[in-house]
Design a protein around this ligand. Structure first.
Ligand code: NDP
Length: 251
């Protein structure tokens, strides 16, 4: 599955799933713009490490500090990508956060932060890449949702609602932009081993492993492989779909 000559913009590429996607795309021949939040001490070295990995794969990398919640920063990130590479073929809306709490204990801030980063952030990026993609009559948009956006999850009402919203956004974008050669799909991962899931209790881990037919938690590369498929030419007649990558957990 080749992405030779393609340019991809991946949000949240400093670590976890976003980093794995950026590196997998680079190995497949794409140049990368990695956009990450400006604040947060962790993101800068992470961004640099991702960029280094992209360059080691022989591709170009551009690191863009960008909080997806701020439309001006998102616009600047897309303009920077276009200035550097002249095009943006693939967008992966991967940046995401969780603020888990039962509804009775959830604050408005917990609700709003999660909705803003996970859902509004994706809307911002899609809006910013829409014109250049429409002009090129080509685009691949991939939104990283979650299985809990389909099934719901106690203690994750904000997160699940944001991911369910992302699936609705995916299908709407697929309908709105399909005529311009742009596909839009979502990936719904199950439990993938990253910083986001490092606090899972041993009991919860064992439960997931027991319940998933494939008997393990997911790796970031499991999601990266699915993203590579959706970004490539083999998926050119697939749009508006949700690809579940959960080892069969939600069967
Ligand atoms: P991580 O917490 O490991 O990484 C999240 C990434 O998002 C980081 O690079 C972070 O940057 C970035 N980010 C956070 N807020 C913003 C922001 N406002 N603007 C720009 N970038 C931001 O998460 P994962 O790799 O585990 O998750 C990636 C995606 O996959 C998320 O959307 C998540 O919801 C989804 N997902 C994950 C699952 C899992 O089990 N891990 C399961 C299902 C879905 P920084 O380093 O600066 O904090």
């Amino acid at each position: 599955m080749s992405l030779d000559g393609r340019v991809a913009l991946v949000t949240g590429a400093s670590r976890g799933i976003g980093k794995a996607i950026a590196l997998r795309f680079a190995e497949a021949g794409a140049d990368l713009a990695c956009a990450d939040v400006v604040y947060g001490s962790a993101s800068e070295p992470g961004r640099d490490a991702t960029a280094e990995g992209v360059r080691s794969a022989g591709r170009k990398a551009l690191c863009i500090p960008c909080d997806v919640v701020q439309y001006e920063q998102v616009k600047a990130a897309v303009e920077g990508t276009l200035r550097e590479f002249g095009r943006v073929d693939i967008l992966v809306n991967n940046a995401g956060i969780a603020r888990d709490r039962l509804i009775l204990r959830m604050t408005d801030d917990d609700w709003e932060q999660v909705m803003h980063v996970n859902l509004k952030g994706a809307y911002h990026l899609i809006k910013a890449v829409a014109r250049p993609m429409m002009k090129a009559r080509y685009g691949r948009i991939i939104n990283i949702a979650s299985v809990v956006g389909i099934s719901g999850q106690a203690g994750q009402a904000n997160y699940a609602a944001s991911k369910a919203g992302l699936i609705g956004l995916t299908r709407s974008v697929a309908k709105e932009f399909g005529g311009r050669g742009i596909t839009c799909n979502a990936i719904a991962p199950g439990y993938i081993e990253t910083d986001m899931t490092e606090d899972l209790s041993e009991e919860m881990r064992n439960q997931i492993v027991q319940n998933a037919p494939l008997q393990r938690l997911g790796h970031t590369d499991d999601v990266a492989g699915a993203a590579l498929f959706l970004a490539g030419d083999d998926a050119s007649y697939i749009t508006g779909q949700v690809l579940v990558v959960d080892g069969g957990l939600t069967l």
